[in-house]
Design a protein. Sequence first.
Length: 101
Amino acid sequence: MKLSKTFALVLVMLCMCFALLSSSFAEDGAAVYKMKCAACHGAEGQGKIGPALKGTSLSGDQIVAVLTKGDEAKKPPHKKPVNGLSADDAKAVADYVKGLK
């Protein structure tokens, strides 16, 4: 009986930690987006100098690839990778962009 209560407590704690990490990951994506992307793509992804990203047809993986590898077919600055952006940051930004409504 005591072992099952301990197991349940550990399980609840793990779920809480996962929820906290997930929400901070999304916040990081928003913060990185605002710092690196919003000047051209708009604070809400509505487009500015660069195209709108809200409702983009690009997949999350395609967004990550553009941010981390660049794409010769794109206009600058996306011909080359975004400076100072890790793969984890790029994934967080992609998740944030895909969540823009």
